[in-house]
Design a binder for this molecule. Sequence first.
Ligand code: ADP
Ligand code: MG
Length: 483
Amino acid sequence: MSLLPNAYPKRAFGQAQELAPHFNQLVDRVSRDADFLHQTLGGGVSDTDPYTAKLLQLYKEIYVQESGEPNFAKTADFLGIHRSDYMLHKDKGSDQYNIKQVELNTIASSFAGLSTKVSALHRHLTSRFEDDVKDLLETNKKVVLGSDEATTNGDTPDGVPVNPALERIPSAMKVAFAQYQSRFSPDPKKTVILFVVQDGETNTVDQRMLEFQLWQDHQVPVVRMSLTSAHTEIELDGKTGALKIASTGQEIAVVYFRAGYAPTDYPDGYDGIEWKARAKLERSRATKSPSLGYHLAGTKKVQQELARPGSLERFFPQDSDKVIIEGLKQAFAGLYSLGDDATEEDKSAVKDVLAGAEGKYVLKPQREGGGYNFYGENLLAKLKANVKQTDSDVELAPVLGEFILMERLFPPIQKAILLRGGKVEGSGDTISELGCFATVVASTDGNVLHNEYAGFLLRTKFSNVDEGGVASGFATLSSPYLC
Ligand code: ADP
Ligand code: MG
């Protein structure tokens, strides 16, 4: 963790909160658009990215009828527990930092539990030791504030905001749970939420906090299980769609995935037992968080496609949606396809990299969990090896289809002291990434029953570290100090 919070502009923090329900709505609408998902993920991606291809294949098998129309009626509701990640970045010619989306996580968004504790600690430290931390906070404030907001910083008091993540995420789970109960009337004493977790998971404390809060606030019991165990220990009633734990007879109302987002969570391979388990859970009437559609809507390829001109209009077609579209677009960084659908604009970004601007881009594969991106020299080498340059054109090798090229973001550099295992690991220049949690419950016919901002997370790392991720060892947990 970071010893102290990092300065963050109130305006930018407010923007992230305002966008939260809109991104929820977007994910829900994308998840129901089988054509869009097929066009975006079914083309170049499948050959080079068997993992996403498998998700898409299951989505089609389970939800899309022969006519091509999707049918979601067999499942209960959809529950989305999302985290949109942002870096502060200055647009060309602006002296203000704005939020730009790094990625949108729709599966296994972690740290709602631990980040709540860290922000409580930071609130305590900054008030209890106000005089000691003042200098550091003031120095950092100057770095993040644009010239006009440095003087007019609004009505909200400065400081670490209260983080509602640990109440709001369980409460969204409870909404889905209660919906299931009223729809299917299972035995109330024997109904549970299933947490699908990795064998050998190390981030268990964060998950347990959600489990304990679910019990404390809502008396909803949780059962934890890996996909491997779920294959043998969970039964699907083919007639009713009820999902039961074989040994106890407990019925599963909600399936919450904290695993299943990476190919390594399916050790038995693409025809193996973990994928069979995933399909079984998905086919049931339980509410899945995420459903296959929500999961696919969070892929980086979809993120890139949504940033194309005209794409958002497909999902927000009303005149009154224009404000929403504007807000979402402002948060998009430059995103470029390297697949067979690459446009002139995409190709000109590739040419830019090859001409020596590799420092302005990041190359990202369709992977979650940190540690896979290409920066600088590695990015240049990867493109050189897979792009044929003719006089004025570039030809992209098919392997690049599973990557997206993204504008590199340059968040403000702040001073911080980073700890590991309670000891100072180092101090110096750092950059931060804000995560904004949001929860949504929508019925199978598209009625939004619950949709709200659900707390935050700030991750801070030394500015010379390219990758992110706390669990993967690159970043620390921190909090925003609003100013
Ligand atoms: P993952 O699914 O692995 O978390 P991300 O898109 O979040 O993938 O990338 C991992 C990390 O790489 C981020 O946490 C961030 O630190 C860094 N990163 C990603 N995209 C950019 C970008 N456009 N500019 C600068 N850094 C980035
Ligand atoms: Mg990430």
